[in-house]
Design a protein around this ligand. Structure first.
Ligand code: FAD
Length: 410
């Protein structure tokens, strides 16, 4: 691998950056690709406990992971869910989506983040012209003669494997920013971002429940935010769920301070004991929730994908699915450029990618913000409206089918 003249450098080895590298490498084995990752830690998949950070993957996301050959490895730890139940804590409105409504075997799969990341990393190791460079935190850059010169942070603790101190600069024609919600690439491109603070924090953990989850994803909308129990697979029982509790900041701070037993009791009460007693809870992690949308997805020779371009409230579990759709569309545009003898870093190529993705992502962001406001509103009119809305959707098979197919992006 000639790190001084790469075709494509991808900054960020999260699910989206790794998937982008894998898809491009599988479809275009001639391209020289490097993935630059700030962290030096490899994700660990445990045989005895689940990673509390999970994603609900749609059929379209699964198809992408199948194409790059990692689904088989992920499979045993992916929990298919056949039903999704959503209900309002302040009223009687509820809706139940079932995979039978759309004649499909499931509505999607719940998978631990570290399982997906490990599988994608293993996939890259087996591909000849793609390399993962860890310990490379992109700090600065300059561009001349159509080449980006990328420089890592100089106070880094770990010496990058295989790179001499004074030859750390990597050079590439196309730069893809997949470096998450606080993207350095986006900053270096001077791309502004629309930023909405939800004043909520998502607490995530794994709960062992008394009753089996029955392959059902459940979400209760409380006034302080949605609480989701997502079914998990792979450790020999069906009583473990990933919990995502999005709560207003004050409540979240109180919940974080509780000991495990008190937290489990609060959780059980907030969830109306729908899965019986909470037997145990794992370590808790918290994530402040903000919606961000980059005003542009590209600059000269550089493009943003995944959370670097857009990040949304987790209430509909769409974040990484939108990112993987970016991956699919950018790969299609790069393929189209290569077929026509165009440089994939050409502005016209990146502008086409933006045209195909930005409107779609903006619509999803808007829908999530509307849901969040609707379910956070406490007055009688809004309560009546959302409870009536949920019941109306539940009573209309056609509407349910359209919502499911839209959410599954199939
Ligand atoms: C509580 C919660 C629940 C969620 N649930 C769901 C769900 O059910 N379904 C769903 O689809 N989505 C969900 N999401 C969203 C999903 O987790 C994100 O959309 C997804 O992880 C984004 O992936 P990414 O690869 O774009 O970014 P990230 O996962 O943030 O990865 C970015 C990577 O870039 C690296 N990096 C950062 N800066 C630099 C730099 N300067 N140089 C080099 N490397 C750098 C980071 O170390 C990191 O590895 C949830 C999010 C939260 C917070």
């Amino acid at each position: 691998m000639n790190r001084q003249r790469l075709d494509i450098a991808i900054v960020g080895a999260g699910m989206v950056g790794l998937a982008q590298a894998a898809l491009l490498a599988v479809r275009h084995p001639q391209l020289q690709i490097a993935v630059l990752e700030a962290s030096t830690e490899a994700p660990q998949v445990s045989d005895t406990h689940h990673d509390p950070r999970v994603v609900a993957l749609t059929g379209a996301s699964r198809a992408l992971l199948e194409e790059v050959g990692v689904w088989e490895q992920i499979g045993a730890r992916a929990c298919p869910y056949t039903e999704m139940r959503v209900w309002d804590a302040e009223g009687t409105g509820s809706v139940c989506f079932n995979s039978r409504d759309v004649q499909l075997p499931d509505l999607g799969h719940i998978v631990e983040n570290n399982v997906v990341v490990s599988a994608l990393r293993a996939c890259l190791e087996a591909l000849p012209h793609v390399e993962l460079v860890t310990g490379f935190r992109l700090e600065s850059w300059w561009r001349d003669c159509g080449l980006w010169h990328l420089q890592p942070r100089s106070d880094r603790v770990n010496v990058i494997e295989g790179l001499e101190e004074n030859s750390e600069i990597l050079r590439t024609r196309l730069l893809i920013g997949a470096d998450g919600a606080r993207s350095r690439v986006r900053d270096l491109l001077h791309i502004r971002c629309r930023d909405t603070d939800y004043h909520q924090t998502a607490l995530v953990c794994v709960a062992e429940c008394e009753k089996p989850h029955q392959h059902t994803a459940r979400q209760r909308f409380l006034k302080s935010g949605p609480l989701a129990f997502l079914p998990l697979a792979g450790l020999g029982d069906d009583r473990h769920c990933a919990v995502v509790w999005s709560a207003d900041e004050t409540l979240a701070r109180e919940l974080v301070m509780l000991d495990d037993q008190a937290f489990a009791l609060n959780l059980e009460k907030a969830f109306e004991s729908r899965l019986g007693n909470i037997i145990s809870v794992s370590e808790r992690f918290s994530f402040p929730l903000r919606a961000r949308h980059a005003e542009s997805y590209y600059g000269p020779g550089a493009v943003l994908i995944g959370d670097a371009a857009h990040s949304i409230h987790p209430l509909a579990g769409q974040g990484v699915n939108l990112g993987l759709q970016d991956v699919q569309v950018l790969s299609e545009e790069i393929a189209r450029a290569l077929k026509r003898g165009l440089d994939p870093a050409d502005t016209s190529v990146l502008a086409r990618y933006q045209r195909r993705r930005r409107g779609d992502n903006a619509a999803t962001l808007k829908a999530m913000s509307t849901f969040k406001s609707l379910f956070g509103a406490g007055d009688l009119h809004w309560r009546w409206l959302r409870n009536t809305g949920l019941s109306m959707v539940d009573a209309s098979p056609l509407l349910k089918k359209r919502i499911i197919l839209r959410a599954m992006a199939v």
